[in-house]
Design a protein around this ligand. Structure first.
Ligand code: C5P
Length: 235
């Protein structure tokens, strides 16, 4: 099976989307990540439409609320034709389980249940914020591991993490789990605002299940060629 390379669109409206998408290739060859900026501006109809056109979709909304609300939110998302979606592991095991149950309940008969990925600590959280605002006594590494274990036990299908963390998470949490990793830069690309990056080949070697790549594809002179080259390097 080919390992997915997911293009992070990071766009906020349909016009920009319609300019970029045709440059990525045929819909059936393209896996996109849609975030809250596009979803909140354009609504769920656009996700349904893109799915109908053949795109595979990672809808990254990072839900975090009481279990009943997340259950109902996940149930609604499952009818849109998406492949992956996200919750915050910090929402707790009951919320994670509710998200998974909502996805199962909302998936139309005969369709695949979307995979539920957990976000642990956001990369924007520094050690200082972890200790002084979240009042967490663990190191960042211990906290990420603990949240990943909680997510797995509660029924998540995988986690979003750095490619640099996959090896140790696989050792501690196991291989029967998805490790989806942003922070990817092919050799020679600008790091932009990413601090810890890996090449697609390194991500493959270290065990990423799927990679999320934004600007190296979306800002390339020829996005489809850049996308295909990264897929080749990762597979
Ligand atoms: O353009 P770039 O390849 O840096 O985009 C990476 C994508 O992955 C963006 O959508 C970014 O928000 C997301 N992401 C990340 N680091 C995380 C979680 C998500 O870069 N820890």
């Amino acid at each position: 099976m080919t390992r997915p390379v997911i293009v992070a669109l990071d766009l906020d409206n349909e016009k920009k989307l319609n300019e970029l998408l045709p440059k990525l290739g045929k819909p059936e060859n393209v896996f996109i990540k849609i975030g809250m900026e596009l979803f909140f501006n354009e609504g769920p109809a656009i996700v349904k439409e893109l799915s109908k056109q053949g795109y595979r979709i990672f809808l990254d909304l990072k839900m975090n609320d009481i279990p009943n609300t997340v259950y109902n939110g996940a149930k609604a998302l499952a009818s849109l034709g998406i492949t992956y979606t996200t919750i915050h592991a910090l929402g707790g095991s009951q919320m994670i389980t509710a998200a998974k149950e909502g996805l199962i309940a909302g998936t139309p008969i005969g369709k695949n249940v979307p995979k539920l990925l957990a976000v642990t600590e956001l990369t924007s959280i520094s050690d200082e914020i972890l200790h002084e605002e979240q009042n967490c006594n663990l190191s960042m590494e211990q906290q990420v591991l603990s949240l990943t274990e909680t997510a797995k036990k509660a029924g998540a299908d995988g986690v979003i993490c750095s490619p640099l963390e996959v090896k140790s998470l696989r050792q501690n949490v196991g291989d029967n789990f998805l490790y989806v990793t942003p922070g990817i830069r092919p050799a020679g690309n600008a790091k932009d605002d990413q601090s810890r990056v890996a090449t697609p080949a390194q991500a493959k070697e270290w065990g990423s299940t799927a990679i999320v790549v934004g600007r190296p594809i979306t800002r390339a002179t020829n996005p489809e060629a850049a996308y295909e080259a990264i897929k080749k390097e990762f597979n």
